[in-house]
Design a binder for this molecule. Sequence first.
Ligand SMILES: [Zn+2]
Ligand SMILES: [Zn+2]
Length: 106
Amino acid sequence: MDDLTPRKRPSPLPVTARCERCGESWTTSSELDAHMETEIAELLRLGNPIAGIRNLQAITDISLKDAKSIYYHVTQENGRCHHCSARLDGKRVTLCESCSCLNYDW
Ligand SMILES: [Zn+2]
Ligand SMILES: [Zn+2]
């Protein structure tokens, strides 16, 4: 048993996301887990998007431009579209049925 060997992190997979409403596409990272996502969304909702973007860049190799795009699509209120405030379906990444905007409902 070699429990002392540091566990190697799996190399991150780039994930491409695209929003139908604004036509933007960006790259996110498979390194993001639910815990990180929640932390980042909390910073946004507390009115501190700069800290959230820094966090995102500290834990992944997402570019500043991509981090901003991700940030822009995080819901301000859980379960509500960030663009038109319509009810979302409860998935963590979802498309709004009213405006087709991608939402990160973290
Ligand atoms: Zn969009
Ligand atoms: Zn919407």
